[in-house]
Design a protein around this ligand. Structure first.
Ligand code: G6P
Ligand code: MG
Length: 222
């Protein structure tokens, strides 16, 4: 049975996915790379350098930049992104997320964070949610990014749970693939058509409660 809940951050706890998109889109425009919705969805969950690689690949520019130039471009995106998240406050937490965290605490569930973002601790601080998380995976210590299951296996390990005891909230298709490969239960946050590989999908975070999850789990296992 489920004993722990693992959270992605961007696009699950707050709408920072929108700010990542905005900052990458500005960089893509500067590089002359065309933007479309499949690129936008494909970028979700990818590490900073993997995201840049996908954008360059999309514009057939992979071999146009040296590693030093790529690091410079990624740093430029991050500076823009950091300026966008400065204004975040607890009011920006998605509906129902704090209530769900409280419900998990009250019922003794362990909670950890599996975000690929190096900015995650800063964002949690802005949202005043840091104390809910027993442990946070440090993405700098990972060998592989999403869709690899590594981050999700680590997120279970640091709260001393087996993968099959964990439920994971994710908004990215790359993340859902990683959760499924890790043998954990995937809860997609977003469009059910985009996140069709998830064990269950909630399009509205306000609906994410233990009772509703229990209900969906019974439906998928019977
Ligand atoms: C999350 C987001 C991605 C972002 C990645 C790295 O996974 O979904 O859009 O690229 O984190 O974030 P960072 O803040 O380290 O650049
Ligand atoms: Mg996300």
């Amino acid at each position: 049975h489920i004993a722990g809940v693992i959270f992605d951050l961007d696009g699950v706890i707050t709408d920072t996915a929108q700010f990542h998109t905005q900052a990458w889109q500005a960089l893509a425009a500067k590089l002359g790379v065309a933007w479309d919705v499949s690129l936008q969805n494909g970028l979700k969950g990818l590490s900073r350098m993997d995201s840049l690689a996908l954008i360059l690949q999309h514009g057939q520019l992979t071999d146009h930049y040296s590693l030093a130039e790529k690091k410079q471009l990624a740093a430029e995106k991050n500076t823009h992104y950091l300026s966008l998240i400065q204004q975040l406050t607890p009011d920006d937490i998605f509906p129902g997320i704090r209530a769900f965290l409280d419900e998990l605490k009250t019922n003794g569930y362990k909670i950890s964070l599996a975000s690929a973002s190096k900015n995650a601790p800063t964002i949690l601080r802005h949202l005043q949610l840091t104390d809910y998380f027993e442990k946070i995976v440090d993405p700098a210590t990972l060998t592989h990014g999403k869709p690899d299951p590594e981050i999700f296996l680590r997120a279970a390990e640091i709260i001393n749970l087996q993968p099959d005891q964990c439920l994971v909230l994710e908004d990215a298709t790359a993340g859902i693939a990683g959760i499924n490969a890790a043998g954990e239960t995937s809860l997609g946050v977003g469009d059910p058509n985009v996140l069709s590989a998830a064990d269950m999908v909630f399009s509205n975070t306000a609906d994410i409660t233990l009772a509703n999850i229990q209900h969906r789990m019974t439906m998928t296992t019977t």
